[in-house]
Design a protein around this ligand. Structure first.
Ligand code: ATR
Length: 296
């Protein structure tokens, strides 16, 4: 791989896409086609609708049709991992994949969501000067659904000392405990009614619930207990500024929207299929924001 401008050793156009159901609203084609154009690579990235019933058949069809691979979104991330012939260690731990790479007829699975999350926080080793307070203090996380898993995995890998998780259905948190087993991270399950109190002393609050998303009720939580060095992340990106992020900004806290995670999780996928590590530029971000605002 190269981080140089253009590299396309392959003569036939490289094909990839995103598998999901529904997949109509995915912004991934916009991201990957922007990078293809920018690097002058002959390739394509398209929406690949697949129902749960058809998932395996569709994936095998893509392998047969010479695709380089595919991204995988809801509801297929677990199925993608189960179908793969190979998976890296962290993906095996998560038992869910968002990236498939086809090599010599075999399916390789990875999960780049955690990487995307850390990068969106400015946590990449190639980014200087980011505020590390969040990684040395307890982290508060809301939600225990599919989206929480890769984020918890990344936080544990980052070595956080304590993870407090609150979810409406408290018992669901138990299904996530395995992610902290054998690590220095202490995990605690907090009843939904106590979610504001758990923010005491936390360096980071992450919302992984669907609350705050367009068409959903806002996330109701007081940020009063959060220290002033804390950052607040909402993985929701439609709308870009959720009521939670608005409240965080009003309090003078660092507010991180979900678009950064979406953009950064795409980087390793593009690199794996097209051989170039692309950049998340302000121009790319503007392109997606314009699309989210319905202007393109
Ligand atoms: P995803 O895969 O995107 O995480 P999910 O698995 O449906 O989606 O999870 C959605 C998350 O939002 C869950 O944590 C869910 O809480 P429950 O586990 O109790 O269902 C949370 N959520 C959705 N609607 C909610 C609401 N009205 N109040 C509180 N939490 C809610």
């Amino acid at each position: 791989m190269t981080s140089g401008k253009t590299l396309n050793r392959i003569n036939t156009p490289v094909k990839a896409g995103i598998l999901g159901w529904p997949v109509t609203h995915s912004r991934s084609p916009l991201i990957h086609n922007y990078w293809l154009k920018m690097h002058g690579i002959e390739g394509s990235y398209e929406k690949l609708p697949a129902t749960a019933e058809d998932f395996e058949k569709v994936v095998k069809g893509l392998v047969g049709a010479g695709y380089a691979g595919a991204n995988v979104t809801a509801p297929h991330k677990e199925a993608a991992f189960a179908l793969a012939d190979f998976a890296d260690a962290s993906t095996t731990q998560l038992r869910a994949a968002n990236l498939l790479v086809f090599k010599g007829g075999a399916i390789h699975a990875s999960n780049t969501d955690g990487y995307g999350f850390l990068q969106s926080l400015g946590g990449g080793s190639d980014e200087a000067g980011y505020d590390k307070n969040w990684s040395t203090n307890p982290v508060a996380l809301l939600g225990a659904g599919g989206a929480s898993r890769a984020i918890i995995g990344a936080l544990v890998d980052a070595g956080i000392p304590e993870l407090r998780i609150s979810n409406r259905t408290l018992e669901k948190i138990d299904t996530l405990r395995f992610l902290c087993e054998g690590t220095p991270t202490n995990i605690s399950a907090v009843p939904w009614g106590d979610r504001a109190a758990m923010l005491e002393g936390c360096g980071l609050l992450v919302n992984t619930t669907s609350l705050g998303m367009s068409g959903q009720p806002p996330l109701d939580i007081s940020l009063d207990r959060l220290p002033d060095f804390a950052a607040v992340v909402d993985i929701v990106y439609a709308p870009l500024e959720t009521p939670l992020l608005k409240a965080a900004a009003l309090k003078g806290l660092r507010a991180v929207d979900g678009l950064g995670m979406l953009l950064h999780q795409a980087v390793p996928s593009f690199a794996a299929w097209f051989g170039v590590k692309p950049e998340v530029t302000p121009e790319l971000r503007r392109l997606i924001v314009t699309n989210l605002e319905g202007k393109s």
